[in-house]
Design a binder for this molecule. Structure first.
Ligand code: ADE
Length: 273
């Protein structure tokens, strides 16, 4: 996969040299190129922003430098043999970035990121490039960062670990929280490693039993426990067809019941009308 990032803070992307993403780059599975947007500014202050039409606070990133930067980035990439680019625009106004979006992006050969500072990029830039390639405007969460660079780090790491050969064990992401499949939408439960006793705290016996079936069931029960506690919305939205008899027993123990539409809710009384 090829990744281009155009930013006014290239040094902010230094973490892409470290750990999993750094190793994927070193192994040649990921080709990351970071470009300084100010290289496409033309005045002596290297200006890339201006005041918003219609007034209001803050500054807006100008079409000119972004247009030239993206034209050049596209031309260079195509010349190097890259194909089928996708433009990824981090913005708090975007669609939520989820594991499903990470999986979708990981199947593409070329991502171009345009992290913005200030109040964002003049909308005509995304409108223009949307005529040439798919554009994903994505938000990494319901909070506002000072710029999109941290979002690029987040998205790149989530995507890179899904690339073939990047994680040692392909099963590692089959079990992830939010992994697609019938286990979808359950958070992962607790994990333990050696030593077997620490400050008076032991390991659940089942994990030492060697009984794979029982261990799998225990893990799923714990996943329900954690999901009910931290993300009850995931249980409410889940397709009840994904829950087997044991799942339903566990949900019942946790105080959840199927409503008239089959979906599970915490407070069955509230559903009767
Ligand atoms: N830029 C600023 N806040 C952001 C967010 N929550 N997600 C993506 N990009 C952003």
């Amino acid at each position: 996969m090829r990744i281009d990032v155009v930013t006014i803070f290239p040094e902010y992307l230094e973490p892409l040299n470290v750990s999993l993403v750094g190793k994927a780059r070193a192994a040649g599975r990921l080709d990351v190129r970071v470009h300084d947007l100010r290289g496409w500014a033309h005045d002596r202050h290297n200006t890339v922003d201006d005041t918003p039409y219609g007034g209001g606070p803050g500054m807006v990133m100008m079409t000119g430098p972004w247009g030239e930067a993206l034209d050049q980035t596209l031309a260079d990439g195509y010349e190097a043999g890259a194909r089928q680019p996708v433009l990824v625009v981090p913005t708090p106004s975007g669609r939520p970035f989820t594991q499903a979006v990470a999986a979708e992006l990981s199947a593409r050969p070329w991502l171009i990121f345009t992290p913005a500072r200030y109040e964002g990029i003049d909308t005509r830039v995304t409108a223009e490039y949307a005529t040439r390639m798919p554009v994903h405007e994505v938000s990494i969460g319901d909070y506002v960062l000072a710029g999109g660079e941290a979002a690029v780090l987040v998205i790149t790491e989530a995507v890179a670990r899904l690339l073939p050969g990047v994680l040692g064990n392909a099963q590692s992401h089959a079990d992830d929280s939010f992994a697609p499949g019938p286990m979808a939408s359950l958070l992962e439960g607790p994990v333990y490693t050696k030593p077997p006793a620490w400050r008076g705290r032991g390991i659940p016996d089942v994990l030492l039993s060697g009984h794979h079936g029982k261990i799998a069931r225990w893990r799923r029960d714990e996943a329900f426990r954690r999901t009910v506690e931290h993300r009850p919305d995931l249980i409410e939205q889940a397709d009840p067809a994904a829950f087997d008899k044991k799942d339903r027993e566990m949900l019942s123990i946790l105080g959840w019941q199927a409503g008239p539409d089959g979906r599970f809710g915490r407070n069955p009384d509230a559903m009767e009308e």
